[in-house]
Design a protein around this ligand. Structure first.
Ligand SMILES: C[S@@+](CC[C@H](N)C(=O)[O-])C[C@H]1O[C@@H](n2cnc3c(N)ncnc32)[C@H](O)[C@@H]1O
Length: 230
């Protein structure tokens, strides 16, 4: 447990615990460098529900699953993807969904995983209630990221967290960084620049000193190593 020197209120706790997880599922990929943060986010927030838009092989999704499993939580984990690919991943075949399912069945059979193999807009029509953590990792053009954010923001609990991958990617048609620049002034946020960038948005203020939290988390998580590197 780390003492911040300021009051930190994260849904159910007054502090932040760092873990040293052993991931049962390891693949190199763009999200790899964020797995330890994603894991700790779930361990610390103990969310009732997590929803991910853009799952693909499951690098991020299984980091969340690992935390839920290790902590013995009853969290619902929603995985939404056509599992067909997009402008940035390219189109892909059924082997990726089959690989995802194989890991889910092999390592996380007891977890409450809800898989929606459909478009995000269709999933929004079928999703009721609120999620505590939303991870946006679909197509990374500005228009697509903004559309996904605007379509799903109200599905997040008032004290929930929204994660945006690729906020540091500025090449080609990548435009999540533009959306992130628009949102940052309106919310408490933490920005990781490594592994293509991860934006962490808190719908309601949580920190007395958000800059201090960002500095601390960057120092702790902004490293990539071995097969995690993306
Ligand atoms: C960058 S990948 C996700 C990576 C994943 N989070 C990880 O950690 O490896 C983006 C995924 O979003 C899916 N996708 C993009 N736009 C979508 C949409 N509108 N509806 C459903 N799936 C979509 C693609 O099929 C692709 O698998």
């Amino acid at each position: 447990m780390l003492a911040w020197g300021c009051h930190v209120s994260l849904i159910v706790m007054d502090g932040w615990t760092y873990h040293d997880p052993v991931f049962e599922h390891t693949l190199p990929g763009a999200w790899g460098g964020h797995r330890r943060f994603g894991y700790d986010l779930v361990r610390n927030l103990r969310p009732g529900r997590i929803l991910e838009l853009g799952v693909c092989w499951g690098i991020s999704f299984f980091a969340f699953c690992q935390a839920v499993k290790d902590a013995g939580l009853g969290t619902e984990l929603w995985a939404v993807d056509t599992w067909e690919g997009d402008e940035h991943t390219g189109r892909y075949g059924p082997e990726i969904f089959e690989g995802f399912e194989s890991v889910r069945r092999g390592s996380f059979p007891a977890l409450e995983v809800r898989t929606l193999r459909t478009g995000f807009d269709e999933a929004r029509r079928r999703f009721e209630g609120r999620t505590d953590i939303l991870h946006l990792d679909g197509c990374h053009t500005y228009e697509a990221a903004r559309h996904d954010y605007e379509t799903w923001a109200d599905a997040v609990a008032a004290d929930g967290v929204i994660l945006f991958h690729d906020v540091a990617e500025r090449g080609g048609s990548f435009g999540v960084h533009r959306l992130w620049d628009e949102l940052r002034p309106r919310f408490q946020t933490v920005t990781f620049e490594h592994s293509h960038g991860l934006g962490v948005l808190f719908k309601s203020p949580r920190f007395a000193d958000p800059a201090r939290v960002e500095e601390e988390w960057r120092a702790r998580y902004a490293t990539t190593r071995g097969p995690e590197t993306g």
